[in-house]
Ligand binder design. Structure first.
Ligand SMILES: [Zn+2]
Length: 288
């Protein structure tokens, strides 16, 4: 299965730290950065991996001296700094959305404000430049239950009602659920239409287009020809969603990220590198 990751370094997702599995791991510091070294008999070249938490791990072949490793790492420092800066930008957490009037929600790269309404035929709509959400739809069954509970006995006056926190969490979960459903529905329509448009140029036709929660991946191409996309994709600007789609459609010909894959992608989308770069730097800002 080929995947496009929301995070630029797929190896970040591997579990288990190489350091803990090698209690005698070497390390060194260079220009204020700290590196862990792991050795592998199979390895022929040096590889530097930035772990999700920012830890720097150098994988090196057995028998290469630490000075040689330090010299090689020194040469790669400028590139490493650029990557670290990008990663820091990626890790800025997206503030949790509040399902209240005025909160902004993305769709195809544009932010639309939320308006809670008392009457509407659907729980959520995008109309007149606003996301309109049915206020009553925010009440999950457990919230309604809370509301019908008899009032609690007198509490210490300056303590907040402990139910408020739970109620707020329920409201947020319910709001998110409504948005995810809306995004999935609209992403399916948008991506299917775009896939049909791109199909002749790419000489590729997906068996199906599915929207789901892919965790850290934007898209994925299954061996049976089904393309899957994270529902979050539809929050991105249209030219970036298009890149994610075309990337996966090219996988219908070329399952791996080899030279042939990138060449085919460049022929179909000559400016793909700019879009890919934009996605790596900005993608994580688009979420719920
Ligand atoms: Zn890919």
């Amino acid at each position: 299965m080929s995947s496009l990751y929301t995070s630029p370094k797929p190896s970040l997702l591997l579990s288990g730290s190489p350091v803990s599995s090698h209690p005698l791991a070497e390390s060194f510091s260079l220009s204020g950065l700290f590196f862990h070294v792991t050795r592998s008999a199979k390895r022929k070249t040096l590889d530097i991996v930035i772990e999700r938490d920012g830890t720097l791990c150098v994988s090196a072949p057995v028998g290469v001296g630490l000075e040689t490793i330090e010299a090689l790492v020194t040469r790669r420092l400028p590139l490493l700094y650029t990557k670290l800066e990008k990663q820091a930008a990626l890790q800025k957490p997206i503030p949790t959305k509040e399902y209240v009037n005025g909160e902004g929600f993305y769709y195809l790269g544009r932010s639309y404000r939320l308006l809670l309404v008392e009457e509407q035929d659907k729980p959520l709509k995008l109309m007149g430049g606003r996301f309109r959400m049915l206020h009553s739809a925010l009440k999950s069954p457990s919230n309604l239950e809370n509301n019908h509970r008899p009032p609690r006995k007198a509490q210490t006056p300056f303590l907040l009602n402990p139910n408020n926190k739970e109620e707020k969490e329920n409201t947020q979960a319910q709001g998110k659920k409504l948005f995810v459903a809306w995004y999935k529905e609209h992403a399916t329509v948008w991506l299917t239409r775009q896939a049909t448009r791109w199909s002749p140029r790419l000489a590729a036709k997906p068996k199906a287009v599915q929207l789901c929660d892919l965790g850290y991946r934007w898209g994925s191409c299954n061996p049976d020809g089904t393309l899957q996309f994270h529902w979050q994709t539809i929050l991105l600007p249209p030219n970036i969603v298009e890149y994610v789609l075309v990337h996966e459609m090219v996988h219908l010909h070329e399952p791996n990220h080899g030279k042939a894959f990138w060449q085919r992608l460049a022929r179909a989308m000559p400016d793909y590198e700019e879009r890919k770069e934009w996605l790596a730097v900005n993608g994580m800002r688009y979420g719920l």
